[in-house]
Design a binder for this molecule. Sequence first.
Ligand code: NAD
Length: 460
Amino acid sequence: MPREGGRRELIDPATEEAFAQISAAGPAELDRAVAGAQQAFESGWRDLAAGKRAEILFAISKKLRDHADEIAAIESRNIGKPITDAKDEAALGARVFEYYAGAISKFFGETIPVASGGFSFTLHQPMGVVAAIVPWNFPFPIACWKSAPALAAGNCVVLKPASLSPLTALRLGELAHKAGLPAGVLQVVPGAGGTIGDALVQHPLVRKISFTGSTEIGAHIMRLAAGGIKRVSLELGGKSPNIVFADADVDKAATTSPMSVFANTGQDCCARSRVFVERSVFDRFVEKFVAATRALTVGGPDDPNTQLGPLVSTQQREKVEGFLTTAKSREIIGGDRPAGRGAYLRPAIVLGCETSDAVWREEIFGPVVCIRPFDDETTMLREVNDSPYGLSGSIWTNDLKRALRVARSVESGVLSINSHSSVHVEAPFGGFKQSGLGRDLGMNALEGYTETKSIYISEE
Ligand code: NAD
């Protein structure tokens, strides 16, 4: 149990009361964790047959499924996540381990005819110790979708959860080892980003940093990693568009769009927080969007009917309210605090904003959406791409050619047409521009956790 980094109280955001204490790791404990991971790498994990690693990952997946309700309950209490969502995310984590258990035996090298007297072939080799640094908004699934492919590929992992949300990462470490993961292969080190995060990134034994979090910290990590030419993959912020053309199923778009931005109380990197609606259907869309938003159930995270729980902390709520203050000259529907305790905030719909407004441009990470009309596709696309971010987005139209044309033009790593989905275990996930570098999930993630070695064999 780490101690050096001091103890921290965890606050239940639904009640604003402390419910647990956590010991944080300090620099010497971090050093031991990294050294332990390196030792586990050298003493066997990297050399284990892929099929054997797959067996262990399948066993981890099963263990996570067996404990899914417990994991969901911990997450829900820790960060105020509605229990129904927390259960889905626990199941997603188990599914990710299952996927990479199966994937690793299908991740092949190539045979390349480079010369008449021989040929080259490629090997995908593990890197060594991978640092996985994860945020507080989806703590469990993101911890799984970084650890599982890294482990499958033969790396050892040092996982650092966010200070606010360490509990399910710690449970993941325990359950993975109970399921048969050899000692030391997955190390979980809770602690503050500014102290052990920096030390982890700069540790000489860490070969790759896989980070999900804010663009600001992502840039900082990239700078720290530059000295050692360390591999980095970064999944960062977003300000994703939701584009609705008049020929779409406007009612379906309008009634499903609120949860594309307000789910997880808006604390979602893929939140569709900039809505572009073709002017001829703007009023109808807004009317239905507002009605669907008012029908959302804001409530206690332990109620299975709750769709929106509290924000992660009262500080996060104040940050979100600060954005609403900057928009007070615009029309704002909702955005008030319900009576009682807890970091709750009702969803806010901002109308009439300009593309220069902070609410329109900046990632808010709370339940705030801006809706603007557009008249022509070209101007709309210019506004869509006028953002430093490029993570996700939706396009609503029944014109196939238009859907494909617009999808090609939006600068974004993930898009969905006539839907709001963003994450599929089997498909690459990541951003353009300042939304990130590299891809999580799918077979692409395995590339990110391996080095490709090219070997020439002479037949002469
Ligand atoms: P954050 O950047 O504050 O923290 C993320 C992680 O980095 C935490 O574990 C934190 O402790 C750690 N950290 C902080 N300072 C560090 C340092 N100096 N060195 C190393 N590690 C450090 O982000 P957050 O507030 O936890 O999460 C919200 C952000 O995450 C949002 O911007 C959101 O868009 C982004 N996010 C992106 C994705 C994606 O896949 N693109 C997914 C979820 C969240």
